[in-house]
Design a protein around this ligand. Structure first.
Ligand SMILES: [Zn+2]
Ligand SMILES: [Zn+2]
Length: 338
């Protein structure tokens, strides 16, 4: 089979590797669509990643033993290799599993662990079915396009009575706009890249500010009768934006962090949390029990067509990375067979 690899600084290519084979309760999936995520960062600096892609959808082509999927099933390929046995996995919070498989040890090679490839291997229980009327490309939005922020929206219970601040309107943040509008919440966005600000407005954000605006907190307060937003979701992973979420949210409001960061956000427990009665949560994807709801957003939201800004063949993987790195794209989906 063919799979994409990063071969140098701003270099990526396709290589031939042996087709992976399923064993035990794993299945082999022919990948028909895979959405790009943060892989372009490795591409940009030339970190030679041999296997990539964690947002896929495809068709089951082989199973090692009877189980929850059959050959021919159209499925979403959920990320990671959780154990399936621990209490977190049992509760649907598999993304937080602490006993994930060592793929290479279990399979004997790393090939087959990515979705920028013709085929990928996955424990069969992580392959929920795609409704007939949903294309493979749209189904990939069930991972980070719609899914990443969906978990946060569930955690802080965003609804039609809420004004929600969304900071960072890259692919995940634009997915958050789609989730917010699906719930009829009012959206205020913050994003430095003009293309993304425009796309967020097309998707129904009422106002989108530049993070360099010197009086952001004041302007956000002005939009909300002086109180601040009801909820905030950071999708940027930038400390400045994380701070803004806390400062712009009203008393008794809710804040969710989705964007990943290794930088430190200083929090003053009394004024930031106690005196405001703020609820602050971190959220990584969503509980598996919510998969049908995520799929409902994908089926019914008219904004998915704007969330998927580009579909291309995996043979154009370099162009796809360049596009994403330029900021002139929302979700970019590749077809490994083209
Ligand atoms: Zn992702
Ligand atoms: Zn587990």
């Amino acid at each position: 089979m063919r799979q994409a690899v990063i071969s140098g600084v701003r270099q990526a290519k396709l290589v031939e590797v042996p087709d992976p084979q399923p064993k035990e309760d794993w299945a082999l999936v022919k990948v028909h669509a895979s959405a790009l995520c943060t892989e372009y960062k490795a591409y940009w600096v030339g970190h030679k990643v041999p296997v990539m892609g964690h947002e896929g959808a495809g068709e089951v082509v082989a199973v090692a033993q009877p189980g929850p999927v059959e050959v021919g099933d159209r499925v979403v390929i959920l990320p990671q290799y959780p154990c399936g046995k621990c209490s977190l996995c049992m509760a649907g919070d598999y993304v937080y599993c602490e006993n994930c498989y060592d793929f290479e040890e279990f399979v004997g090679t790393r090939d087959g662990s990515g979705t920028f490839a013709h085929y990928t291997l996955k424990p069969a229980w992580l392959l929920p079915k795609i409704p007939e009327d949903v294309s493979y490309a749209r189904a990939t939005m069930a991972i980070d396009g719609i899914g990443a922020s969906f978990g946060a929206f569930q955690a802080i219970d965003v609804g039609a009575l809420d004004t929600v601040l969304i900071t960072g309107l890259g692919p995940v943040g634009l997915g958050a706009v789609a989730n917010a509008r699906f719930r009829n919440a009012r959206v205020v966005g913050v994003e430095p890249v003009p293309w993304r600000r425009d796309r967020a407005k097309q998707m129904g954000a009422e106002v989108v500010f530049d993070p360099e605006d010197p009086d952001l907190v004041g302007k956000i307060r002005e939009l909300t009768g002086g109180k601040g937003v009801d909820c905030a979701v950071d999708c940027s992973g930038k400390v400045q934006a994380e701070r803004l979420c806390i400062d712009s949210t009203r008393r008794r409001g809710r804040v969710a962090f989705v964007g990943e960061s290794r930088d430190q956000l200083p929090i003053r427990v009394s004024p930031d949390l106690i005196r405001k009665g703020l609820t602050v949560v971190g959220s990584w994807l969503y509980n598996m029990g919510d998969f049908p709801k995520v799929m409902q957003v994908i089926q019914e939201s008219p904004l998915i067509d704007l969330l998927i800004s580009h579909e291309m063949g995996m043979s154009q993987i370099r162009e796809a990375f360049e596009l994403l790195a330029s900021g002139q794209a929302a979700k970019v989906v590749v077809d490994p067979w083209k």
